[in-house]
Ligand binder design. Structure first.
Ligand SMILES: Cc1ncc(COP(=O)(O)O)c(C=O)c1O
Length: 407
């Protein structure tokens, strides 16, 4: 089998379909964010949003680089521990924390941002049971992005459901419940997704945090500004611009020596570093159109079917002829599994390679087993390629399932 693969694959090229993670590009993004923090907010915490891409090799890379884990479920928390993150280097967010995990994380000193009333209740109960322990927790703040930055809300006009809202009184209530139970409120979590990832969104998040700190007279260990940063090398805003804008908004309210900034980027660290390699399986001419069938699917590179023909791609073909239009299609049986339409591009033929760029975020973590099992993953460093995940198999699919033949 290995010999067969070698024959199909040119040196330095992985078999298709597969993801290729470029190590220098990843190092550049992680190093770039780290340098921005060191410059504008020393002692800040760079954490990585597991949900964006939880490939174990990647999580272990982040761990080795001193990046913390940002997790939003018990399952992700357990994964972080399994990869080797110590509990005090885990940022535990999200509305679905389980009671046992939350209690454990509180006792172990994880950075925890509470997101629901039951979590507040559980933290207060633990404080009553453990009066000699110092318990610290942060709160996710629900704030109005539409009002502060018109046009930036990804759900235009609709309120976010995350965190505790100040206007309704729920934020004050949560603070009072925690403090009266003896839990110190030591952090605020401000994350919002936005349409353009502009500096203004982060300024607004920091401004809301400053208002909450002042109105509730909080002394914070951390302000978690969330993720949602822009991700293109050479573009703007840069990581440095983000961190300095956040700091400007908060400088008069907090002491940066006392209060650590937490960032939890996902896409901006991993999106650009990953490519998807596919090849042309067949070309069909139907009704005046040219359909190029590939061994990729939208489920691999755009599982939410959200992107509008904005895939960066490279073609590897010997063809010199250009054709006005080619519809690039996936292998699945869904008619809408169409990846992009190429205009005035080289004529593609069976065996040609198509490389989709910047597909590291929210792809593998949506991991589909629809019709094909998940593809292999390679890590590239210069000319060398190391396989870090093999293609899924029927055995993987059966693992963990329980059934009896007689049922
Ligand atoms: C709470 C939280 N933190 C971090 C992230 C990571 O965001 P991004 O991948 O845009 O950096 C998200 C994504 O939605 C999130 O909900």
């Amino acid at each position: 089998m290995a010999d067969a693969l070698k024959q199909l694959v040119r040196p330095g090229e992985p078999p298709t379909p597969s993801y290729v993670l470029d190590l220098p590009a990843l190092e550049e993004q992680v190093g770039g964010f780290r340098r921005a923090l060191d410059c504008h907010w020393p002692n800040a915490i760079l954490s990585y949003s597991f949900k964006t891409n939880s490939l174990p090799w990647l999580l272990s890379f982040m761990h080795r680089r001193g990046v913390w884990a940002e997790v939003v479920s018990d399952s992700e928390y357990e994964l972080a521990l399994a990869v080797g993150f110590s509990p005090d280097r885990i940022v535990f967010n999200g509305p679905v924390k389980g009671r046992d995990r939350l209690r454990q994380a509180l006792l172990y000193g994880a950075v925890i941002n509470l997101d629901s009333k039951r979590e507040v209740r559980w933290a207060a109960e633990l404080a009553a049971e453990e009066p000699d322990r110092v318990l610290r927790a942060g709160l996710r703040v629900n704030w109005d992005l539409d009002a502060r930055c018109p046009g930036e809300n990804t759900l235009a006009g609709a309120s976010s459901r995350f965190g505790f809202n100040a206007e309704s009184g729920e934020l004050s209530q949560a603070i009072t419940t925690l403090e009266s139970a003896g839990v110190q409120v030591t952090g605020l979590h401000m994350h919002r997704n936005s349409c353009t990832q502009s500096l203004e969104v982060f300024r607004a998040a920091a401004a809301v945090a400053a208002e909450v700190i002042t109105s509730h007279q909080l002394r914070l260990d951390w302000i978690d500004i969330g993720g949602g940063f822009f991700n293109s090398p050479g573009g703007s805003p840069t990581f440095g611009q983000y961190v300095s804008a956040i700091r400007e908004e908060l400088d008069g309210t907090i002491d940066v020596e006392q209060t650590r900034l937490i960032v939890e980027p996902g896409g901006s660290l991993i999106a650009v570093a990953v490519e998807f390699h596919a090849q042309v399986i067949d070309v069909k001419k139907i009704g005046g159109q040219r359909f190029v069938i590939t061994d990729a699917s939208r489920t691999d590179i755009d599982p939410q079917f959200r992107r509008e023909k904005d895939f960066g791609l490279r073609l590897e073909t010997a063809s010199t002829e250009s054709v006005p239009e080619q519809v690039i299609c996936g292998f699945t049986c869904m008619e809408n599994d169409r990846l992009t339409v190429l205009k005035d591009a080289p004529l593609l033929c069976e065996g040609d390679r198509i490389i989709f760029e910047r597909v590291g975020a929210y792809t593998m973590s949506y991991q589909s087993s629809f019709i094909e099992f998940p593809p292999a993953v390679f890590v590239r460093q210069g000319e060398s390629l190391e396989q870090v995940r093999r293609k899924g198999t029927a055995e993987d699919c059966l693992r963990g399932n329980i059934w009896s033949e007689s049922a």
